[in-house]
Design a protein around this ligand. Structure first.
Ligand code: ARG
Length: 458
């Protein structure tokens, strides 16, 4: 392709280090689509003859059919997907194939292909996350009133509902999807026609190729267009933020599935056994979701470091942009699917969750709030009185609502029998009906808003 000025061919090492075909063959659909848009534009603008444009179009159709049927051939002599396809086109239609590369360069070609690929990856991840959100909403609705301990510092804090806990993740994935939508909107400009770096002297129509490829507009500056990989970085950041959320959820599932917690039973289909300990059922899928987040975050770091010192415009370092993006994308697809299966298929041991909430003095705040509300005691003093009640209950190995009225009154005479209504986990949860709170009524409101947002009711 560029042998004109060279006396000798590349060494074996050069061929190997230079080859991106082993991974960038994943871009073949985008590469053919961009070439089809380009050749149609060259023909329409009179830059190449209509019959040449027609021959190239037919040749590209043929190549696409071959790739779809047999895969993309991997020959290091043809470095990358662009050269592989061009060489194949020349085999099929002869020297006229060489007219396809008029008014473009591999630099704008790869930038275009890669944007198209990332755009598809964004759309796929978005629908995967929508399915995960639906699974969360369904389980949250089912468990809007199921009581469990809410934790801070992983210490029992206040009783919450399982539905509330699950809807917290719905919110994280809602923000993750909105990040994807933002990234998509910024990504959706066409670099095609920027050529090597400076634009082209041919009378091309960039609006036409942009529209044909579903871009909103052509990029505004050719130097920027061939140098920019922000779209890939933003995608990797969106992946990383989502992977982090998935990892936190995975960690909770792992804890909840452990025997001391015993809150859930993960589906057999997403667990494994031990080859030596027959009783074991291991949460491997959840552990791998947690583990994969490290690799996804690593892919963002990898590409940021690749890009950070590069002068304008294209440098070959940028060929290394694709492996981290491809890896992150496949890890995200698997992680989201595995998490969706775990949320949809887990059994929640609600009696056990409720018992754990009852054990941990989770309603201590309710006692303090009652003292403020019913006895007019300042909150700091109420906090102190409640601390004494917890200390007494702990020394007796009893729950707060198992203390005798006389015992409570010995701590503070302003306490009366009405207090017991506030000390149950049910009363505690029902009381927290502020907007966004944990009461079942609020969870069902959150669920209703989510169902509407996801179009689940239509
Ligand atoms: N294989 C290259 C890549 O993926 C294509 C662009 C090559 N451009 C160049 N000027 N060598 O980045």
């Amino acid at each position: 392709m560029w042998g004109g000025r060279f006396a000798a061919g590349p060494s074996a090492i050069m061929r190997e280090i230079n080859a991106s075909i082993p991974f960038d063959k994943a871009l073949w659909r985008q590469d053919i689509a961009a070439s089809q848009a380009h050749v149609a534009m060259l023909g329409a603008c009179g830059i190449i003859a209509p019959k040449d444009a027609a021959a190239i179009t037919a040749g590209l159709d043929q190549i696409a059919a071959d790739y779809a049927a047999h895969g993309v051939p991997e020959d290091w002599d043809f470095e990358d997907i662009h050269m592989t396809t061009e060489a194949r086109l020349a085999e099929l239609i002869g020297p006229v194939a060489g007219r396809l590369h008029t008014a473009r360069s591999r630099n704008d070609q790869v930038a275009t292909d890669f944007r198209l690929w990332v755009r598809d990856a964004i759309d796929q991840m978005d629908s995967g996350l929508a399915a995960l959100q639906q699974a969360l909403v369904i389980r949250a609705e089912e468990h809007a009133g199921s009581i469990m301990p809410g934790f801070t510092h992983l210490q029992t804090a206040q009783p919450v509902t399982l539905g509330h806990h699950l809807m917290a993740y719905y919110e994280m994935f809602r923000r993750d999807r909105s990040r994807l939508h933002d990234a998509r909107a910024r990504l959706n400009e066409s670099p095609l026609g920027s050529a090597a770096l400076a634009g082209t002297g041919f009378p091309i129509d960039r609006e036409m190729t942009a529209a044909a490829l579903g871009f909103d507009r052509p990029t505004a500056n050719s130097l920027d267009a061939v140098s920019d990989r922000d779209f890939a970085l933003e995608y990797l950041f969106a992946c990383s933020a989502t992977a982090l959320h998935l990892s936190r959820l995975a960690e909770e599932l792992i804890l909840w599935a452990s025997q001391p917690f015993g809150f859930i039973r993960l589906p057999d289909s997403l667990s494994t056994g031990s080859s030596i300990m027959p009783q074991k059922k291991n949460p491997d899928a959840a552990e791998l979701v947690r583990g994969h987040s490290g690799r996804v975050i690593g892919s963002l770091t990898s590409l940021m470091i690749t890009m950070k010192g590069l002068p304008l415009a294209y440098s070959k370092d940028m060929q290394d942009d694709k492996p981290p993006v491809f890896e992150a994308s496949s890890l995200m697809g698997l992680s989201i699917a595995a998490m969706t299966g775990m949320i949809a298929g887990s059994t929640f041991h609600t009696a056990r969750m409720r018992a754990a909430a009852e054990l941990g003095y989770a309603t201590a705040t309710d006692l303090a709030d009652w003292l403020v509300r019913e006895a007019g005691i300042p909150f700091r003093e109420a906090h102190h009185i409640t601390g004494a009640a917890v200390k007494l209950a702990e020394s007796k190995g009893a729950a707060l609502d198992a203390l005798e009225l006389a015992e409570l009154q010995a701590i503070d005479p302003r306490i009366d029998a009405r207090v017991f209504a506030a000390l149950s986990v049910d009363a505690s949860v029902a009381a927290r009906a502020s907007y966004g709170g944990t009461a079942a009524t609020q969870v069902l409101d959150q669920v209703a808003r989510a169902r509407a947002a996801l179009g689940m009711d239509t």
